[in-house]
Design a protein around this ligand. Structure first.
Ligand code: FMN
Length: 177
């Protein structure tokens, strides 16, 4: 699939077919796409937890303020950022800034790759971090950044409105209207 087609066609999917699984091979394909993301100093501070157990998914949905569609996807990929790894290279800026940016780029790769394979995903950032940490036994220094439910979409939502280029672009300096 053409990259611009994927960028423009992807939607946040929050309803999945209950009778269709996502194979482990496909999940690895998504994580393979993630690891090709750029990262500051090529430090690659990302880690991925693949969750399939219904009980764990339902606890994650609970920690995500009862966003029940998380529970309905056959698999949830939890993308984490290793602050320690980034701070070794870049100190405080690595820990608080690069680490999250790098991981966000990996997350977007997962969404685009999933879309190109006909799968639906949603970037879930609204969750209790300490809750997710406890459920998934994530050690200190590693931050869960996004929960990504992955499944076969029941439907692709229509596009959300996006701010126009003319509204967001500044030429030479930041202009305030
Ligand atoms: C950092 C971040 C956090 C988000 N958290 C949630 C979330 O907790 N629950 C949810 O349903 N969608 C979440 N979204 C998805 C957005 O709602 C969605 O991307 C936005 O409405 C635009 O829709 P689109 O992805 O279909 O273009 C999140 C997206 C981002 C980038």
């Amino acid at each position: 699939m053409d990259v611009l087609e994927a960028i423009k066609g992807r939607r946040s999917v929050r309803a999945f077919k209950s009778d269709k699984n996502v194979s482990e091979k496909t999940v690895e394909e998504l994580i393979d796409a993630a690891r090709w993301a750029p990262s500051a100093g090529n430090i690659q501070p990302w880690e991925f937890i693949v969750v399939r157990k219904p009980e764990t998914k339902s606890r994650l949905a609970e920690a995500a303020f009862k966003q029940s569609f998380i529970d309905e996807a056959p698999v949830v990929i939890v993308v984490c950022a290793d602050e320690n790894r980034s701070s070794l290279g870049y100190g405080q800026r690595g820990k608080t800034f690069y680490c999250i940016q790098d991981t966000a780029a990996a997350i977007q790769n997962i969404h685009l790759a999933a879309y190109s394979l006909g799968l639906g995903t949603c970037w879930v950032g609204a969750f209790e971090e300490e809750g997710a940490r406890e459920i998934l036994k994530i050690p200190q220094g590693i931050r869960p950044v996004a929960l990504i439910p992955v499944g076969h979409p029941l439907k692709f939502p229509s596009p959300r409105t996006k701010r126009a280029v003319s509204e967001i672009v500044h030429r030479e300096v930041f202009h305030v209207e």
